[in-house]
Design a protein around this ligand. Structure first.
Ligand SMILES: N[C@@H](CCC(=O)N[C@@H](CS)C(=O)NCC(=O)O)C(=O)O
Length: 252
């Protein structure tokens, strides 16, 4: 691999899609510099790079948006033995299908679940969002958050039913993953850690709260009791234990 300068990774610090890319870069031993932000400060930066969402990977001659596209690109610049996508087409397809499912369903539901429990508690949001972001953004949080909160509630359709709906959907996905690993397999596809495992664990992190997560360390005692009880339930499922194990053994 011949990369001139470290890559730049533009993130919203707390985002689990950003954690997915952070994990891949670390696992693949690719040097990078993270530029973390809180909403809405990511907007002008993302716009200037031709997009809207984070993560964004910025290289000298190329900008890549979307965690899945970033992982696919990273796989092209590492040695075969390090790749996160299997070489065999059948296995690769299984990994891609699971990654898409987790991106589209788990990631979105985990985020809805997290905000449904915390959006009305600015202190908790501040703790989760402001890790490693520029000081100015941290200072402006009390002024920007009331507006951002309204946008989040509207965009993610957070209402009185969201908590229960998200809880049910997460349990469904965890059951699906628990069934998949019920035969005792170590990884979701094949006999090696892949993008499917990484995506599952990173996108489940908002409700598993793995101790090895580099950003997400809320004080458990500050979390609402219902949220804490649900975290404990999710952690006790076979899939929850699997996600926690992946953080323990593969997040380096
Ligand atoms: N499918 C995208 C999802 C990325 C995404 O939803 N990013 C959120 C953070 S979790 C974001 O940047 N939101 C900012 C906004 O909506 O303005 C990916 O995998 O990268």
């Amino acid at each position: 691999m011949s990369l001139q300068k470290p890559l730049r990774l533009i993130t919203i610090s707390v985002s689990h899609y950003c954690e997915k890319v952070r994990w891949a870069l670390t696992k693949l031993n690719i040097p990078y510099v993270e530029e973390a932000h809180i909403p809405p400060f990511h907007i002008p930066i993302a716009k200037s790079l031709g997009g809207k969402l984070t993560p964004i990977l910025v290289m000298e001659n190329q900008v890549i948006h979307d965690s899945t596209k970033i992982l696919q690109y990273l796989d092209t610049i590492v040695a075969d033995e390090s790749k996160l996508f299997p070489i065999q087409p059948e296995l690769r397809k299984q990994v891609e299908d699971l990654e898409n499912l987790f991106d589209e369903e788990l990631g979105i539901t985990a985020r809805l679940w997290g905000y449904s429990h915390t959006i009305n508690q600015p202190q908790l949001i501040k703790q989760a969002w402001c890790r490693d972001v520029p000081v100015l953004e941290k200072l402006l949080f009390p002024f920007t958050f009331p507006i951002v909160k309204k946008v989040i509630k509207t965009n993610f359709e957070i209402n009185d039913n969201s908590q229960n709906e998200a809880y049910t959907k997460i349990q469904e996905i965890l059951t699906m993953v628990s069934d998949l690993i019920a035969d005792g397999r170590k990884y979701l596809v094949g006999d090696k850690f892949t993008a499917a495992d990484l995506t599952f664990a990173a996108l489940a992190a908002p409700f598993l709260l793995p101790p090895e997560h580099p950003k997400r360390r809320p004080n458990m005692q500050d979390l609402p009791p219902k949220m804490l009880a649900e975290i404990e339930e999710f952690r006790q499922t076979a899939a929850g234990k699997f996600g926690l194990r992946l953080y323990g053994t593969e997040r380096f």
